[in-house]
Design a protein around this ligand. Structure first.
Ligand SMILES: [Zn+2]
Ligand SMILES: [Zn+2]
Ligand SMILES: [Zn+2]
Length: 116
């Protein structure tokens, strides 16, 4: 019985619908981890670790398992990848404006949710 929360979780909810196991969207989805996606809330306004150290990032990625926000591989600290290495959470999504692709670190496959 979750409260009705507008906005931030809408996109992730849509992704989970699009990527239901057994119902691949327009392209074949070879990732087997999509059923691990949770309705996550971003853990911070920016890269969690970089905010603590006062560092800068290039792009932001969110972990779709726990909501950890980390910086991309073009950033000096690559915290999104480090988060996967530390936790084994395989799925992250770009939260850059206009981007909603998902990357699986294990299957090394990028996925594009359909627009709703
Ligand atoms: Zn996968
Ligand atoms: Zn970072
Ligand atoms: Zn995570």
């Amino acid at each position: 019985m979750g409260q009705a929360r507008k906005g931030e979780n809408g996109l992730l909810g849509a992704i989970r619908r699009v990527f239901q196991p057994g119902r691949p969207s327009r392209s074949e989805v070879s990732c087997t981890h999509l059923d691990q996606i949770q309705d996550v809330t971003p853990s911070a306004e920016g890269c969690e670790e970089c905010l603590k150290t006062g560092d800068q990032w290039v792009h932001l990625r969110i972990c779709l398992i726990c909501g950890h926000v980390g910086c991309c591989d073009n950033s000096r600290n690559t915290h999104a990848t480090k988060h996967f290495q530390a936790t084994g959470h395989p799925l992250m999504q770009s939260i850059e404006p206009g981007e909603n692709w998902i990357w699986c670190y294990v299957d090394k496959v990028a996925m594009q949710p359909e627009e709703s």
